[in-house]
Ligand binder design. Structure first.
Ligand SMILES: [Zn+2]
Length: 264
């Protein structure tokens, strides 16, 4: 999967060149000239544009959102067993996200890094923690994972099963609905504070890279003045957040494919 994103220096150079332009307005640095880079890390990456400018980028997407996107692209490209294992990775990372947000809503002073380290290699323990936390948090039983879907996942991941397109679509729809329904519950419980909780998690995730970048900031020139940048933050839509995507099937519609940001 790739990401199409502007170079900060080219962007401000373009703005400077376009200052006095009138209609018809054709930008000097249009989005189709933005670099398309391999999305092989999260949440921090860096790239150098054709002109040699370095951009450091922190992406606001959650890892589960990126994995879901990639799994859906796998189906579009005909890789069905890969889509199931990647949808499964999305679900596991979503469970991690839920655990942290529920814990933060209870106490903002937890050292989540230390806590997570103890279970980071054991997805069964993570699932158990999620079930019990969810029960306390919402005062009802959690959405237990579907046994048939777990069996399919195990066959794909551990036995090399070659899945059909129907199996992959069924698995994708299951993960889409699971995540959307659970997020809906979470938003209902924290209508005013969810943004803050998410920001706290994001800050924990980017802190090490941000601190490293601030020690060696990037110099750019805007309006003839030197400015120093740490990391650029990039947010954008994805299948799990696009307003126009109400059902899983909508992910495959032509009009819901993105021209900027995440790319197949
Ligand atoms: Zn550039």
């Amino acid at each position: 999967m790739k990401i199409k994103v502007s170079c900060m220096q080219c962007f401000s150079n373009g703005q400077e060149q376009d200052k006095d332009k009138t209609l018809p307005y054709i930008p000097s640095y249009p989005y189709w000239e933005y670099p398309t880079i391999e999305l092989d890390k999260w949440p921090y990456l860096e790239f150098t544009c054709e002109k040699g400018h370095l951009t450091r980028l922190t992406i606001s997407f959650e890892l589960y959102e990126l994995l879901f996107q990639q799994a859906t692209y796998c189906i579009m490209d005909g890789y069905y067993r890969e889509s199931i294992s990647t949808y499964n990775a999305a679900l596991e990372r979503f469970i991690e996200y839920m655990i942290e947000i529920m814990m933060l809503s209870n106490s903002m002073n937890l050292d989540f890094n230390k806590l997570w380290k103890e279970v980071s290699n054991q997805s069964e323990r993570q699932l158990g923690a999620f079930y019990f936390l969810y029960s306390i948090h919402f005062n009802e039983l959690p959405p237990f994972l579907d046994k048939n879907k777990v069996a399919l996942r195990n066959q794909v991941v551990h036995k090399g099963k070659l899945a059909t397109k129907e199996e992959a679509l069924g698995f994708g729809k299951y993960v889409f609905d699971y995540i959307k329904n659970t997020l809906h519950k979470l938003e209902g419980k924290h209508p005013d504070t969810l943004g803050e909780l998410k920001a706290m998690r994001h800050f924990r995730l980017i802190k090490p890279d941000y601190e490293k970048a601030m020690k060696n900031p990037i110099k750019i020139v805007v309006d003839g003045e030197e400015q120093y940048l740490g990391n650029t933050n990039m947010a954008g839509p994805c299948f799990l957040t696009q307003e126009s995507i109400k059902n899983y099937e909508d992910c495959f519609k032509e009009e819901n494919q993105l021209s900027y940001g995440l790319q197949r």
